[in-house]
Design a protein around this ligand. Structure first.
Ligand code: PM9
Length: 458
């Protein structure tokens, strides 16, 4: 079989509302042409994110009934802690209600103004949390990772020369942590090789800088290592994960991805002093250390989800469903980031809409068209989400990549849904010259893509 079929059958269904193109045209206009502002029930296929959108298994739903909602010492916390420790291996495990809180707690503990944090590519919440602490978030991904057509199998790898230059330029005392995002979401969901992880770890040790993973999609990263990196074909996903995490000092984790749950996250780390300080902060802002802003039942479903995500049949289908969508587009000449990443297909909007300049948000124009014509919600990862303004001239500095992400929720859509999405994009590609750019009417101070209002350029 070229692509495996779904390794599950459907026990409960959620009917989808079918809207007309006219209705969608009105809705997107009312939403200030911001896809985050559309009521979700008016979306046919929602590929906005793979975060918190997974379908839980019958085993996870059964686990919810075993929620122990004690304020302190819930039995579900101990199950969660034991599971996280088995896979991730870190000493201290601090639950949070989602990944960005784990980032905020870590950075509040270690960053001071003027510091820098290198990463392959920071995800937007990570970048915003670093910058919120008046530190700089620097991206050190390999050059291949910035070239959508380059077929390098591990395009999420860190460029060790870039990383070392950052450390030397700013001084190791101003680099309190090195982060590595697996898989590299903002670069196309691309994996990082075990070899590269070992090398980053060695460099971090050389300069005595703590090394942390942003581990949201760790299991997908492990699957790519098993598939493509020599020496890992006969290892289980659990063994690969254990080796991977053994090279680091900790991780931030949004369990809304590879935890297969709708809410949850954690910070895991070896350093006891950091853990103690962070736990005190946790109690102040999230909750006691055995729930961290989650219900006992949530902790139970994370524990069960983390075990299920290691199942190779699940991961084989997961990675190949994404690949299936990517290959249908590629076969019709749609410019996509290649190889196809783990959780999403990324369209290269610069090439798809070369007549729309970055200042007019080509990726966003495609996102709006996809919703208007086909009821599909995708997300722009380009100038709207990532651009900076030059402090001197005020002019926009666009990011290197202008992408549109079609993120596939886990265990939610069938391969027939994927065919619908592919056809929709192919249709838009055929008359792409008609699409126009957008300009901003309102934007907030940071994370502007969530709440900005836009209008079409006349
Ligand atoms: N990622 C995503 O859609 C959800 C938020 S933006 C719509 O890709 C990484 C690599 C992520 C990520 C979230 C977070 C934050 C950290 N790192 O959303 O706070 O992809 O649980 O995780 C989103 P939380």
């Amino acid at each position: 079989m070229r692509f495996p079929a779904e390794p599950f059958r459907i026990k409960v269904v959620e009917p989808l509302k079918i809207t007309s193109e006219q209705e969608r045209e009105r809705l997107i206009k009312e939403a200030g042409y911001n896809i985050f502002m559309i009521p979700a029930e008016s979306i046919y296929i929602d590929l906005l994110t793979d975060s918190g959108t997974s379908a839980m298994s019958d085993n996870q739903w059964a686990g919810l009934m075993l929620g122990d909602e004690s304020y302190a010492g819930s039995k579900n916390y101990f199950h969660f802690e034991e599971t996280v420790r088995q896979i991730f291996g870190f000493k201290n495990i601090i639950p949070t209600h989602q990944g960005r809180v784990a980032e905020n707690l870590l950075f509040s503990n270690i960053l001071k103004p003027g510091d820098v944090v290198p990463n392959n590519i920071h995800f937007d919440t990570t970048r915003a949390n670093v910058e919120y602490h008046q530190a700089q978030a620097l991206d050190c991904v390999i050059d291949e990772g910035l070239d959508p057509q380059n077929p390098h199998p591990f395009k999420g790898n860190m460029d060790l020369n870039k990383l070392e230059k950052v450390i030397q330029q700013y001084g190791k005392e101003h680099v309190p942590v090195i982060m590595l995002t697996i898989t590299n979401n903002s670069g196309g969901g691309q994996p990082v090789s075990m070899q590269n992880i070992k090398e980053v770890s060695a460099l971090a040790k050389k300069y005595q800088i703590p090394f942390f993973f942003d581990a949201c999609r760790f299991a997908e990263n492990c699957y790519f290592i098993k598939e493509w990196e020599e020496g890992y074909q006969n290892k289980s996903i659990l063994e690969i994960a254990q080796e991977m995490f053994s090279y680091a000092d900790g991780c931030t984790m949004s369990a809304k991805k590879d935890g297969l749950v709708n809410i949850g996250g954690f910070l895991a780390l070896n350093d006891d002093d950091w853990a103690q300080h962070i736990t005190n902060m946790l109690i102040l802002i999230e909750g006691f250390k055995t729930y961290g802003g989650l219900a006992g039942r949530d902790l139970e479903s994370i524990a069960r989800g983390l075990k299920e995500v290691l199942d190779e049949n699940y991961l084989r289908f997961r990675i190949n469903q994404t690949r299936y969508l990517g290959e249908m587009l590629d076969e019709q000449g749609i410019p996509i980031v290649k190889p196809v990443g783990g959780h999403a297909v990324y369209i290269d909007a610069k090439q798809f809409l070369p007549h729309i300049p970055p200042e007019q948000f080509p990726g966003h124009a495609l996102v709006v068209e996809l919703y208007k014509r086909y009821g599909i919600r995708a997300v722009e990862i380009g100038s709207l989400m990532m651009a900076k303004n030059d402090p001197q001239t005020g002019k926009m500095i666009p990011p290197k990549l202008e992408l549109v992400r079609l993120a596939i929720p886990r265990r939610v859509y069938t391969n027939m849904h994927m065919q619908y999405v592919a056809e929709a994009i192919i249709n838009i590609y055929q008359d792409r010259e008609k699409l126009k750019g957008f300009e901003i009417e309102y934007e907030p101070e940071f994370l502007r893509h969530f709440t900005a209002r836009l209008k079409p350029v006349q």
